[in-house]
Each structure stands twice: as C-alpha cells, then as structure tokens.
Design a protein. Structure first.
Lengths: 143, 314
C-alpha cells in the first residue's frame, strides 16, 4: 500500500454535493459531525472547496440541472478522490426513476466523466449516521 | 562548521523550519483537541495534522486556467519562507541572546505581516470570485489590526525604556502594569486575527465563502499553506511571550516557565476561538479601530506618564 493511499485513509476530507436531494440525507451527513458520532476522531473533516476534498459525498437523484454541476465539481476535485453516493436516490434514482427531470443514476453520470472513478454506495432512505460511517469505513478498507 | 553552513542549519533544521514545524503540528493538534473537548467530542489523534500534510503533498495540484500562475505558486513559498525567517529569529534570540542586532522588533513586526500579504497575493492571483472576496476581507482585516497592534508594541518599547532589541525586552515583564496589560489584551486579539481564528476568520469563512482565500489551492501548495499556518501558531504566541511575559529561558525552571507561558497564550487563543461567533467585516473593523485603537492609545498615554514620573505600575 503506497503512502498516498495510507494517508488518504487516515485523513479523508469530504465535500458535500447535493444534486437534487430532499435534504434528508444531508441532515444525516451533518449528523455524523455532531458530538455523538464525531467523525473527526478518524480525521474526517468537512471542507468548503472541492479542491481540498478527498471524498465527495453525493446526495440526490442527479437532476438535469445538477448533473452539469456534478461533472464540474468532479473535475475540480484533486485526484485521487473517492465518491460516496449517500441514500437511495444517487444509488439507483429511487422513486424518481421515471421522472422527467432525472438525468440518470449518479454513478452513470460520473462514469461518463471519468470511467475510472472510485464509487462507493451507501443505500437507505435516508441512511442512518451509523450506516454512513460503516459504509465509509468499508470503502476505505478495500481501497 | 563554516558560517554559511551554520546559517542554513539554523534556518532549516534546528531552531528554524523542522523544529518549529514539529512544535507547530503539536500546537495545531492541541487546538483541534481542545476545541473538541470544549464541544464534548473526542477529537482527532495526535498524528492527525502530520497525516493531513503528508496526504496533501501526495495529491494532484490543480491550477485554474485563468490564474496568474507564477504568483499563484510563489505566494505560499513567500509566506512560508517569511515564517521560517521569523521563527529562526525568535528562537535564536532565546538560545543566544548575545548575538542580536538592534531593531529586531521592527524586523519581526514586518515579518509578521508577510503571511497575510502572501495570502492576499495568492488569493487574488487565483481568479476565483470567492477568493477575491476573501482577499478583500483579509486586506481590510490587516488594515484593522495593524494599527492597534503596533501601538501595543510601542507601549512595550516605552515601558522597557526605549529598548529595540527583543533579547533586552525579554528581560522585562510589562504585563504586570496597567498599560502593559491593556497592550497585551489588544495584541492577543490582533494575534487571533493574524492566525485567522474565530471570531476573525472572516477571510476564510468556511460557511459562506467555501474556504475564501485558500479556495483554489490544492495538493502540495495547500500543504505549504497548512505548514505556514502551523508555524504561525508557534511564532506568534512566542513573540507575545518575548514581548510581554518576560521571555523564554533555556535551562531548568526557566525553560519550564517559558513553556508554561507559551501554553497559557495558546490556550487563551483557543478559548477565545471556541467561545465566540464569527463577526462581520465591518464589526471587526469597528472593533479594532474604535475599541482596540482607543485602548492602545490609552495604554500608550499611561505608559508615557508612567515613564515620565517613574511610576512602574502604570
């Protein structure tokens, strides 16, 4: 395991991208930072700019308007980076499957942009903070 | 060892870069850990700041197409090298007080502005609207705190009888007088703004500007900024210890007392950081110019009266 990957696992800074979520998953993500779950124990920090980020937390179904921005944000992120799809919507468009405003599953949008994108899925509507932490830990341990 | 080699050793290894960086990383861990404890959390492990920097050096460096590339790359290097100079200067004064030059207070004050100027330069060169707002705020903040801070340092110079060498100033403790205490309070707040901590993190406002001045930096260049900020966390409290609290010894009880003073200043900074909300830029300007400026002016007047009539507690 190279030192780059090792240090990435020890301090993943996350950037939160909402591509058309109902705000439920976003609240659960913010929940992870509260004193009860305190993900700063693992070096996880919420940053304000995709340039600083090592992981993108994507919530939402991937609407046509937001898909353009998602591609832009992914291009702006410094590689190597990991993308986490949080919730049922980004994992498989959920109940909005046939919606007129849906561009497609978020993983498809990202694979169009970069075929080698590293994508991890945390399903649930919304996933509990425990589930998000467990998903992040599992994804980072196979990296 | 020949003299140039000796100077390089001082700058890069012992009192300069590596030594200060290690203490600075420990200090930034203390900042994060104490903040976590204040918020009833567990907080990051001891090696966290080091891992952050190792990770950032391994990441891709992205430079915006519209950015002014040379300045964008040079700005963190300028800021970091001025911090290396400042920390070497301060530690050398502690280690070898006899080998000083007159007027190093003024040099130190100049070097303390350099990180802010480098931040303004780098963020203006990065062609990002968020960074431009951040640069404007940082500029106003610098104009706000410089005047009261320099006035506060003038108080120290008056109290010590016109000394301009840091080593001779370190022999006095101006904080045990009314004017010295007021000046210490003002310069503590100015240091808070220089470090970019809450309530004066207006330029880097995470929630409204993304990361403001550092918005477009990534990878190793961001790591340089983080290293610079870690070294600022050592150099600025150390400067206050030398100016106000009677300096830092190198042997036995003196050394422990010095470490104690340094930790006291650091913890005061952290507590101000954790118990205050962020102020707006106009509030910060008003705070520094009206209130801190007034307090500094009163302190200067008291110090002059005290030195004229020989009243040491004034």
């Amino acid at each position: 395991m190279s030192w780059k990957i090792w240090s990435l696992k020890k301090s993943p800074w996350v950037f939160h991208v909402n591509v058309g979520a109902c705000n439920n998953c976003d609240i659960e993500i913010v929940n992870c930072l509260t004193p009860k779950f305190d993900v700063e124990r693992f070096g996880i920090k919420l940053v304000g700019s995709p340039r600083h980020a090592d992981a993108l937390l994507v919530t939402g179904v991937g609407t046509r308007q937001a898909a353009v921005r998602l591609r832009e944000v992914y291009r702006q992120t410094a590689k190597p980076c990991v993308v986490f799809l949080i919730g049922a919507c980004p994992c498989g468009t959920g109940i909005f499957h046939t919606g007129y405003h849906v561009e497609g599953p978020v993983d498809k949008i990202l694979k169009d942009e970069d075929p080698n994108a590293i994508i991890a899925y945390v399903p649930g509507c919304p996933p509990k903070p425990e589930a998000i932490i467990s998903g992040v830990v599992k994804a980072l341990s196979v990296l | 060892m020949s003299e140039p080699l000796q100077n390089v050793f001082w700058l890069l290894l012992f009192p300069g870069f590596v030594f200060t960086l290690i203490i600075g990383l420990a200090a930034s861990w203390i900042v994060r850990k104490v903040s976590a404890l204040v918020q009833w959390r567990v907080g990051p492990p001891l090696y966290q700041p080091l891992v952050d920097i190792i990770k950032l050096t391994g990441k891709e460096i992205l430079i915006p197409i519209q950015a002014q590339q040379t300045i964008f790359i040079m700005a963190p290097i300028v800021g970091l090298s001025s911090m290396i100079l400042l920390s070497t200067l301060l530690w050398r004064i502690i280690i070898a007080p006899s080998e000083i030059f007159i007027g190093d207070v003024i040099v130190a004050i100049y070097l303390m502005i350099m990180p802010s100027l480098a931040l303004i330069l780098g963020s203006s060169a990065s062609a990002s609207p968020h960074a431009a707002i951040g640069a404007g705020r940082e500029m106003k903040l610098v104009m706000g705190y410089e005047l009261p801070m320099v006035l506060a340092f003038i108080v120290v110079i008056i109290k010590t009888g016109g000394q301009l060498g840091l080593a001779s100033i370190a022999g006095y403790t101006p904080v045990f007088s009314i004017s010295g205490f007021l000046a210490f309070l003002v310069s503590l707040l100015a240091i808070q703004a220089k470090l970019g901590f809450v309530p004066f993190d207006i330029a880097e406002a995470e929630t409204e500007l993304g990361s403001g001045v550092l918005m477009e930096y990534s990878g190793a260049l961001l790591a340089l900024w983080k290293i610079m900020q870690a070294m600022m966390l050592v150099a600025f409290p150390l400067f206050l210890v030398i100016m106000f609290l009677g300096g830092f010894g190198t042997t036995g009880a003196q050394l422990w007392a010095g470490i104690g003073k340094f930790v006291i200043v650091l913890v005061l900074v952290i507590l101000i950081k954790n118990t205050n909300p962020r102020v707006r830029i106009d509030q910060a300007m008003k705070f520094f110019w009206v209130y801190c400026g007034l307090i500094s002016a009163i302190a200067v007047a008291l110090a002059i009266i005290g030195s004229l009539y020989g009243i040491s507690w004034l």
